[in-house]
Design a binder for this molecule. Structure first.
Ligand code: GLN
Length: 477
């Protein structure tokens, strides 16, 4: 059964076939019935119902309605919503209530969306399987013995299981695209600077972006139109014009697509994932698009570069969680130093502590040049390489993840193997370009496979239009 798009829901609302309240109550009962998935950390029941009633009244009064009228949306537990709790999946923020709205939330509300709850995620968005949440893992709705991916696993499953129309996640190294791939939904990481991060709990500030999960490219486009654009509260946000993504979904041209053969010959690549990408490429060729092979020698360096730089930034960003400013304070601490030490030791989970220590190490004076400066140089080389590729090509296509959703516990003992789950996604964050994961295939057991499409900076319009084309190509085979 295909899921209704935003435009279809809105048409039904206008025709009186549905009400916002009816929509919300329906989602609330689905959330209740699927509690075992652990996708939501909190459901904003009363709030959502109240807002739905208000919106129904608005329509009845003939008032003008916003572009996301009646769209029920879930937000990742690292996005601030005034007066609502926020924990970033961590014990250290237990009991913390947000004092202000993030810019994305403000824009969603101004566009008449309804926020239904906050979704579970890996602690401080660090992880690829949702097993690092202090509030328990999220289950993949397709197969409950499999992870949903991470770190935005709750947001991905909320859409996958039909618990909301769309959701927001954050992507620092793949946290939107990889869970989208594991859950069979569309997930977009926008260009760095396209969407304001004001009110997003920072992980690695030169990488973090907020983006949507949805069932269709059109819904992704509609949400992007609302949340994108300059924001004076985030100096890294761009004033580049926000185009009308949702009305530009017709890709009339023939594309020039680059592929990196190294991405299809790497060791841990699942044969069905490889098959999905190769199948798509063959299909594109027969549809008249040009596909060129690029010699990309950096694949083996991406993970190391990402983990050096992102942990360095994380060690600085997470310094503010000190037992004084927010959330958790150790009961055993009685003077300044032990307040810091014990609160952080008890409040943070293992993976977060690992990364703070690693980040502090790579920034330490004796090792700064060997690790941090070096990784920055690699980042510069990658950016130049990508810029050169996009002078010749419109898009790059590669897998989103080397595997389909894996089993719980399968990679928890081996952090390096877990980090390798991000091998194809970190490139877009390292270079600031937009990238989308499209649910284009499945493995022999029916587990979803996402294919990733990357475009040049601020080319979201083309990226989304081409994505729409790919969805039609693959689903009408
Ligand atoms: N899995 C990656 C990590 O653990 C990506 C996280 C993210 O994008 N927030 O860092």
């Amino acid at each position: 059964m295909s899921v209704q798009t935003i435009r279809q829901v809105q048409a039904d609302l206008r025709a009186g076939k549905l009400s916002c309240k009816g929509l919300v109550t329906n989602y609330l009962s689905k959330i209740e019935a699927t509690k075992h998935l652990n996708a939501f950390l909190e459901v904003f029941t009363e709030d959502a119902i109240q807002r739905a009633e208000l919106l129904d009244q608005k329509l009845k009064n003939g008032e003008s309605t916003g572009p996301l009228f009646g769209v029920v949306i879930a937000i990742k537990d690292n996005i601030c919503y005034k007066g609502h709790k926020l924990s970033a999946g961590s014990k250290i923020l237990e009991g913390f209530t947000s004092l202000f709205d993030s810019t994305v939330v403000e824009r969603l509300l101004a566009a008449d969306a309804i926020i239904i709850g906050r979704t579970n995620c890996d602690e401080f968005a660090m992880g690829s399987s949702n097993e690092n949440s202090a509030y328990g893992p999220v289950l993949n709705a397709f197969d409950n013995s499999c992870v949903p991916g991470g770190s935005s696993g709750g947001s991905a499953v909320a859409v996958q299981a039909g618990l909301c129309q769309v959701s927001l996640g954050s992507d620092t190294g793949g946290s939107i695209r990889q869970p989208a791939s594991f859950c069979g939904v569309v997930g977009l990481k926008p260009t760095y600077g396209r969407v304001s991060r004001y009110g997003l709990i920072a992980y690695a500030s030169s990488f973090d972006q907020i983006g949507p999960f949805s069932h269709s490219v059109e819904d992704t486009a509609l949400v992007m139109e609302v949340i994108s654009g300059k924001d004076n509260y985030d100096s890294t946000s761009s004033s580049e014009k926000v185009e009308s993504y949702s009305t530009s979904l017709n890709f009339g041209k023939k594309a020039k697509v680059a592929i990196f053969p190294t991405t299809l010959s790497s060791d841990g690549l699942h044969k069905d994932v490889k098959g999905a990408v190769e199948g798509l490429i063959a299909h594109l060729k027969s549809d008249g698009h040009t596909v060129g092979e690029i010699d990309f020698a950096f694949l083996d360096h991406l993970i190391a570069t990402y983990y050096v730089l992102s942990t360095a930034e994380a060690s600085s960003n997470l310094a503010r969680f000190d037992g004084v400013h927010y959330g958790y304070r150790s009961k055993q601490a009685h003077e300044m130093e032990t307040v810091y030490k014990k609160s952080r030791t008890e409040g943070f989970g293992k993976e977060v502590k690992n990364r703070i220590i690693l980040g502090t190490f790579v920034l330490s004076s004796g090792y700064y040049d060997a690790y941090f400066s070096r990784a920055q140089k690699v980042r510069r080389i990658l950016t130049e390489k990508i810029r050169a590729i996009f002078k010749e090509y419109d898009f790059i296509i590669m897998p989103t993840s080397p595997t389909v959703a894996f089993k719980f516990g399968e990679k928890t003992d081996n952090p390096v193997e877990m980090y390798l789950a991000d091998i194809y996604t970190v490139l877009a964050n390292l270079t600031g370009i937009p990238a989308i994961s499209l649910p284009l295939s499945e493995d022999e057991k029916g587990l979803p496979i996402g294919v990733q499409v990357l475009a040049d900076k601020f080319r979201e319009t083309d990226l989304l239009a081409f994505s729409e084309k790919l969805m039609q190509l693959e689903h009408n085979k």
